[in-house]
Design a protein. Structure first.
Length: 428
């Protein structure tokens, strides 16, 4: 009788399967560990990104607040310089200095608007401006920047040079490059700003770092190079640690980096750098749209006088006093208060009529709407003018709607204030 085969031990079949299962489990554990490591890394990346975002948001709020304060400061300086200009006759040696203050203040106002625009989410696109007009408008300011021992000359294209950029940013580019040329170690005694329409082919576009070929505005800023003896000049008002010390290279490099970033954002490019015969070329895409928003000087209108009574409510004392003084010079009777409670009390003490209230759109304590409503309880025909240095987004967040109300944004000029007051009071 044939012998029966011995049965295979149970372990012989189970062992390999168990080993395979263990190996698969080890692989799965390793995979999960890898996922955990990647998840932890992603969590850390998101945490850092969130912290950066919160930091940027906080920085944006801080910048918006600073811009608001700067608007108040600029309003006061601009107002007093305009008042001085009205009292200094043409030809007086002091007039040039006061005009220089006014030019600088106007520049600061445009830069503050740029800062406010940059703080807004989804801010409006830049306007179309003529480079030639901006260069001409910036001329007096640039001459103050480079000093009396350096000549400033221009060679501007006979045709308009429209580009898509804000006036403030283009002025920032021009002043930054002019300052870099003036402070170069071998700077000459003349700086030339020139504009031209140029055709850029594919090869040159690639060499310049431009996005493609086409028509560009070539804005060049440079000098003819230093003479035999290197000279270093300082802009008026500079306080260096040593006589004739040049600007710190790091500061100049930071300024040039800002210029390059601004131009890169327009689809343009910057070439060149300071040195013997320091020169820069800025290439900006030529825009075919009509020119709108180029820098222009504001003509001084006729004095707009009145005899009405105006109540001014402004918590910033220098701004309040400026508005009060300007209106009094124009013949108005002016009551002033720092907040709503003071304003209501001043109105109650005043026996005669009050024709207009000028109040900051964001006041301490009660809202501007509530203050105006309380004042109208006794004077239902009282007219109002809101002023503010805050952008529209901030005002809307605080419940202030300016669309259907008379509104004057800060910084405002003496003439703009007088004109707006007269416009409101002259309505039937």
């Amino acid at each position: 009788m044939p012998s029966r085969p011995e049965p295979e031990p149970a372990d012989a079949a189970v062992g390999p399967r168990r080993d395979a299962a263990l190996e698969a489990a080890r692989d799965e554990v390793a995979r999960l560990r890898g996922e955990l490591v990647r998840a932890a890394a992603e969590r850390e990346r998101l945490r850092v990104a969130l912290a950066d975002a919160r930091g940027l948001e906080a920085a944006g709020r801080l910048a918006a607040g600073i811009a608001h304060d700067f608007n108040n400061i600029i309003t006061v300086i601009s107002g007093h310089s305009r008042l001085l200009l009205g009292r200094i006759p043409p030809g007086d040696p002091l007039r040039g200095s006061v005009e220089g203050i006014q030019l600088t203040v106007d520049w600061g106002a445009r830069l503050t608007r740029e800062l406010q625009t940059a703080c807004r989410p989804g801010h409006a696109p830049p306007a179309i401006v003529d480079v030639n007009e901006v260069v001409v408008g910036a001329g007096p300011m640039l001459r103050l920047l480079i000093g009396e021992d350096t000549r400033l000359s221009t060679r501007l294209d006979a045709a308009p040079c429209p580009v898509r950029i804000t006036v403030g940013r283009l002025e920032q580019v021009i002043t930054g490059l002019v300052a870099a040329v003036a402070e170069a170690p071998l700077a000459g005694d003349e700086i030339t700003i020139a504009t031209a329409h140029v055709d850029v082919d594919d090869a040159r576009a690639a060499a310049l770092g431009l996005p493609g070929s086409g028509r560009y505005v070539d804005l060049s800023i440079g000098d003819a190079g230093g003479g035999a003896e290197p000279t270093v000049r300082r802009a008026p008002g500079r306080h260096d640690t040593a006589p004739d010390a040049p600007r710190e290279p790091g500061a100049r490099a930071a300024g040039l980096a800002t210029v390059r970033n601004v131009i890169a954002g327009t689809g343009g490019a910057v070439t060149g750098g300071p040195g013997a015969g320091a020169a820069f070329e800025v290439f900006l895409p030529l825009h075919g749209a009509p020119i709108a928003g180029a820098a222009a000087s504001e003509d001084r209108p006729e004095m707009l006088e009145g005899t009405e009574t105006v109540l001014v409510i402004e918590d910033e004392r220098p701004v309040r006093e400026l508005i009060r003084d300007v209106l009094r010079l124009h013949g108005y009777t002016v009551l002033d208060a720092s907040d709503g409670a003071e304003a209501v009390e001043a109105a109650r003490r005043h026996a005669g009529p009050i024709h207009l209230v000028i109040l900051d759109a964001v006041t301490p304590g009660a809202s501007a709407t509530a203050i105006a409503a309380e004042l109208r309880a006794d004077r239902p025909h009282l007219r109002e003018l809101l002023v503010s240095g805050h952008p529209d987004e901030v005002l809307r967040e605080r419940g202030v709607v300016t669309a259907d109300r008379d509104f004057l944004p800060k910084p405002f000029t003496v003439d703009a204030l007088a004109r707006k007051v007269r416009e409101i009071l002259d309505r039937p």
